[in-house]
Design a protein around this ligand. Structure first.
Ligand SMILES: *Cc1c(COP(=O)(O)O)cnc(C)c1O
Length: 484
């Protein structure tokens, strides 16, 4: 039943029949532009089409249908009230040109929404100002590093390097390199945190910034973080906080209070706006006072007489990093999320996110390897290395097994510093029943690996395709239907 719509086509079958039009053709297209044969469109009844697409939609995997413990991605529930608000006429039908040509008063509400969002984010992170325009986490990182570059340039600092721990998110070194810095990687200590002694050896006068993913990709909070900030500042290197996973610390600590100068957030993760599949995101960047003059263009100001308005950019601004206000609808959804939760609600978010991850860690630690045996933050990292050594059942095999039980695969083979890594982020919105179900399925997989390792070759059995050639699928994907 998984034929394409072309294969279901039947000559002469149709949905609607339009009457012959009774007006003259407006233009006569030149013959050279006209097709010689009829377009090869599938011919189906309306009912066939409805059934085809309804069945296809059911094959989609989504957070609204099943558990999605994809580590580092924060696939939490996205409350539907956000959609209601983002779909209000006044927001949904606002043309981007109206929001940036703020001459008239009729967009005061939209500008106000951006100003409130900026103020809320400042309070949550302890930063002094935000740009809301970057359209993803990695885009925010690049924006932040560009501002750091502009800061050093204005001060006449000669800076070439950015320090990145080996436990940071892969986008960190990539963003630094895109802004033409050379990356110095510092290894982790046995507890999974950046080794402070190795860091002291690596830092020098030419280091522009230290980029830290907090918590790092093994789900741990570096206890030496304050010391690292102080050392970096003594070299006039700025501290960058990758806050894509802010649900670990939301309402509990603030990057600005620890000593960070720049932070980016992922509204599409922490602040529950839909994401995945490359959909729109938002990666606002917060800075301390000393970096405000470098912020990208398009920021909202407020004065009592004037109301809300768009500020003139400073002469040192790095310019625009995205058209208009980035993905405004994502900003709006995040604002609704924050306002409906309030301060107490947001503190509960991180408490529950951390509790849930530790619950899963404690249930699975007797079945899989634990690379760093300590409490984790919002996600936990386990490893199937022993299982692989003994029974040749890998992390990939376990992930494929889970698919048959309606569970999205956890993040696997990441972070790179853990062999056969399985990174699980349940998020705070999952209840204990779902987490117990998940843990039981992982435990079942481990038991099966011991008793019948060969069985894993066949999973998943219930999905349209089973095991794809992963390399071929990544390098030369071809999903186009062709007539034979
Ligand atoms: C997701 C993530 C990013 C990248 O965010 P995108 O929106 O996918 O560009 C960066 N850092 C960390 C820690 C992340 O989890």
């Amino acid at each position: 039943m998984s034929a394409t719509i072309f294969e279901k086509s039947h000559i002469g079958r149709g949905g609607i029949r339009l009457p012959k039009h009774q007006v003259q053709d407006a233009i006569n297209l030149p013959k050279s532009l006209l097709r010689e044969e009829k377009a090869k469109l599938p011919e189906l009844s309306e009912f066939d089409v409805v059934r085809h697409f309804t069945n296809l939609s059911k094959k989609n995997y989504s957070i609204d249908s099943n558990f999605y413990p994809l580590g580092s991605c924060t696939m939490k529930y996205n409350p539907k009230v956000e959609e209601r608000v983002a779909n209000l006429d006044g927001f949904a039908n606002l043309h981007p040109h109206h929001i940036t040509n703020a001459k008239s008063n009729f967009i005061q509400g939209s500008l106000e929404s951006l100003k409130i969002l900026e103020d809320d984010l400042k309070e949550i992170t302890g930063m002094d100002a935000f740009t809301l325009t970057p359209e993803a986490g990695a885009h925010g990182e690049m924006t932040g590093i560009m501002m750091i570059g502009a800061y050093h340039k204005k001060r006449g600092n000669k800076k070439r390097f950015v320090i990145v721990p080996d436990s940071s998110h892969g986008t960190n070194p990539a963003s630094a390199a895109m802004v033409d810095f050379e990356v110095i990687t510092v290894k982790s200590d046995k507890n999974g945190a950046m080794d402070v002694e190795a860091f002291k050896e690596a830092i020098n006068d030419e280091v522009a910034a230290v980029m830290m993913t907090v918590p790092n990709t093994v789900g741990l909070f570096n206890p030496g973080i304050k010391e690292i900030c102080d050392i970096a500042h003594s070299y006039d290197a700025l501290m960058y906080y990758d806050g894509a996973n802010l649900n670990a610390i939301l309402g509990l600590i603030r990057p600005g209070d620890i000593g960070f100068d720049v932070v980016h957030l992922n509204l599409h993760k922490t602040f529950a706006t839909p994401h995945g599949g490359g959909g729109p995101g938002s990666g606002p960047v917060g800075v301390k006072d000393k970096l405000i003059e470098f912020l990208p263009d398009l920021r909202v100001g407020y004065e009592k007489q004037k109301g809300y308005f768009i500020k003139e950019p400073s002469p040192y601004s790095i310019g625009k990093v995205s058209p208009f206000f980035g993905n405004y609808m994502i900003s709006l959804r995040a604002l609704v999320y924050m306002q409906t939760l309030g301060k107490e609600g947001m503190i509960n978010v991180s408490r529950k996110a951390v509790l849930n991850a530790n619950y899963i860690l404690s249930k699975l630690k007797n079945y899989l390897d634990v690379p760093y045996d300590t409490f984790c933050m919002h996600e936990c990292v386990l490893s199937a290395q022993s299982l692989y050594k003994q029974y040749h059942v890998s992390t990939l095999d376990i992930a494929k097994y889970l698919l048959d039980f309606g569970i999205h695969a956890p993040t696997i083979y990441f972070p790179l510093i853990v062999h056969e890594a399985i990174m699980i982020e349940p998020t705070e919105t999952e209840n204990i029943d779902t987490m117990d179900y998940f843990c039981q399925k992982v435990i079942d997989a481990v038991e099966l690996a011991k008793n019948d390792p060969e069985a894993f070759k066949e999973f998943p059995k219930t999905l349209p395709i089973s095991r794809a050639d992963e390399t071929k699928a990544a390098r030369s994907l071809n999903i186009r239907w062709q007539e034979d």
